[in-house]
Design a protein around this ligand. Structure first.
Ligand code: KIV
Ligand code: NA
Length: 277
């Protein structure tokens, strides 16, 4: 399968063909996403919560994200690979942003990086793009700064907020982002912004007017315990199935149902006889 490029996403937008994006954080989930034929894989900093057990995306480090992204890269063939720059690794200056982005490209082999928010992130995006690294923007609910936004809540439900989301999106487009994520904004607001955005927009809780959708791997497969956001659609309940599988194994061991003869190795009779002499 040919590697998806940024041009393929642009072509899909032009053709009105929805773009499919999903997160992955390790080698098996990358292989699953690849085999399922998605267009884009994001090593999201949602990894902080889904696989590292932090209670927000804020604490995850560059080193942690790099380790996860390298595992994903090794499991990926077809999809475009985008990696989130973690909170605190790019906001301070253009130099910091470019250094972090280049480190991700060199050490993980990712195709692009994603950063959150408008404001100062617009300048950071411009600097990273100038350094030769494709950047995906992210507006609306931006979890890295959720506290400043008043918590994990939809953005753009007032006219002022909706205009702010629109301004951020247009500024990121102008800064050279090849694509932008819209997270948790009213469907009507997303639809109103769309005619002014000429790069592919990937939505999560942004309704159907955008060019594609992204969901967190653990959310869509029901691996992550805890309350899911409104926009999550569960396609399986793998957490329950995994618990049932491990519990069945535990029962089996405790009732001597495992191991059975076929799970053991044998020694040739002559060797066994020699052993006993
Ligand atoms: O970290 C993440 O998973 C994300 C997507 C939800 C867009 O940023
Ligand atoms: Na993220």
């Amino acid at each position: 399968r040919r590697r998806t490029g940024i041009g393929d996403l642009t072509a899909k937008k032009a053709d009105g063909e929805p773009i499919v994006m999903v997160t992955a954080y390790d080698h098996p989930s990358a292989q699953v996403a690849d085999a399922a034929g998605v267009d884009v894989v994001l090593v999201g900093d949602s990894a902080a919560m889904t696989v590292l057990g932090y209670d927000s995306t804020v604490p995850v480090t560059v080193d942690e994200m790099i380790m996860l992204a390298r595992a994903v890269r090794r499991g990926l063939d077809g999809p475009l690979l985008v990696v989130d720059l973690p909170f605190g690794s790019y906001e301070g200056s253009d130099e910091a942003a470019v250094a972090t982005a280049l480190r991700f490209v060199k050490e993980t082999g990712c195709d692009a990086v994603k950063i959150e928010r408008g404001g100062s992130s617009v300048d950071r995006a411009r600097a990273i793009v100038r350094a030769g690294v494709p950047v995906m923007g992210h507006v609306g609910l931006t979890p890295q700064t959720a506290t400043a936004l008043g918590g994990y809540r939809a953005q753009g439900r007032t006219a002022e907020e909706a205009l702010a989301v629109c301004e951020s999106a247009l500024a990121l487009q102008e800064a050279g982002c090849f694509s932008i994520v819209f997270e948790a904004i009213p469907s009507d607001v997303a639809a109103a912004i769309m005619p002014r955005v000429h790069v592919p927009v990937i939505g999560i809780g942004a309704g159907p007017a955008v060019d594609g959708q992204v969901l967190v791997f653990h959310d869509l497969l029901g691996i992550y315990g805890g309350r899911a956001a409104r926009f999550v659609k569960r396609y399986d309940d793998l957490r329950e199935r995994m618990i049932a599988g491990v519990a069945a194994y535990a029962d089996d061991v405790r009732s001597s149902g495992y191991p059975a003869p076929e799970h053991g190795y044998s020694i040739p009779e002559a060797e066994y006889a020699r052993l006993r002499t």
